[in-house]
Design a protein around this ligand. Structure first.
Ligand SMILES: [Zn+2]
Length: 249
């Protein structure tokens, strides 16, 4: 997909959950490995709750990954982790702070091929930082689509369900450990519950920037869950995906 060159670049693989992003990421890594290139893979520490050191897809494919602190300046450690790597892959980009943008650009400037995967939308259908920033600075962007679980049309949105019901628009963007599930849905089938309850008009929580804390607070956690699920090619919920990955590893 790229002409022969000595320079580095950034590739973004994005789309909704269940669109096969991680599967595509692994496909590219396998090709690099076959060519004898050195590869380094990173994933956000939010995944630690699964006790994993691999990234995986619903079909069972996986790759060894180094867990990185995804908050604040944490992503910068990627710059020192494996300077010799010719190819650096980062999964679940949506769980990282905006420092990831600097990381990817710095690596590319060094001559590294950077492959980043992550969902581009929150459960509200709004931009999920820092993926939009990564897209803007990348040389290559592939936006994958899942299949709408409701109507079968191409799906680009992450439908969050809590006990089977659509999540409220004022829910935190990221919920950690919450009992929730996700479906890929098209624009027409995507549903957001609205109402007086919750925090109105303060949806800035969507952007993790607001939560400066370690884990970014509840908001960030929710987003992360959504994003993680995306990598799979199947229609599993984030929880399912993680469970599978664990099994695989
Ligand atoms: Zn639909």
């Amino acid at each position: 997909m790229h002409a022969i060159t000595r320079t580095g670049w950034v590739e973004v693989i994005t789309g909704s959950m269940f669109s096969g992003k991680t599967e595509e990421l692994l496909r590219r890594l396998r090709r690099s490995e076959i060519a004898g290139q050195s590869v380094a893979v990173y994933k956000p520490s939010v995944d630690d709750r699964y006790g994993e050191t691999t990234i995986g897809t619903h079909n069972g494919r996986q790759w060894e990954a180094t867990v990185v602190d995804n908050e604040g300046k944490g992503p910068l450690e990627i710059l020192q982790a494996d300077p010799e790597a010719e190819v650096v892959a980062i999964d679940e980009a949506n769980f990282f702070s905006e420092a990831l943008v600097e990381v990817c650009n710095t690596l590319a400037d060094r001559g590294t091929r950077v492959i980043v995967s992550g969902t581009d939308q929150t459960f509200r259908g709004e931009p999920f930082d820092p993926v939009p920033q990564l897209i803007a600075t990348a040389e290559y962007v592939d936006k994958l689509r899942a299949i709408c679980s409701q109507c079968g049309e191409p799906a680009t949105r992450n439908q969050r369900l809590i006990e089977g019901d659509p999540a409220h628009v004022d829910d935190p963007t990221i919920l950690v450990g919450a009992e929730e599930s996700y479906e890929a849905r098209c624009r027409a089938c995507h549903v957001l519950r609205t109402g007086d309850e919750g925090r109105h008009g303060s949806r800035t929580d969507i952007n993790r920037g607001e939560n400066g804390g370690e884990d970014g607070g509840e908001d960030e956690n929710e987003n992360r869950n959504s994003k993680e699920t995306e990598d799979g090619s199947g229609n599993d919920t984030p929880t399912d995906e993680s469970a599978r990955t664990s099994t695989n590893s």
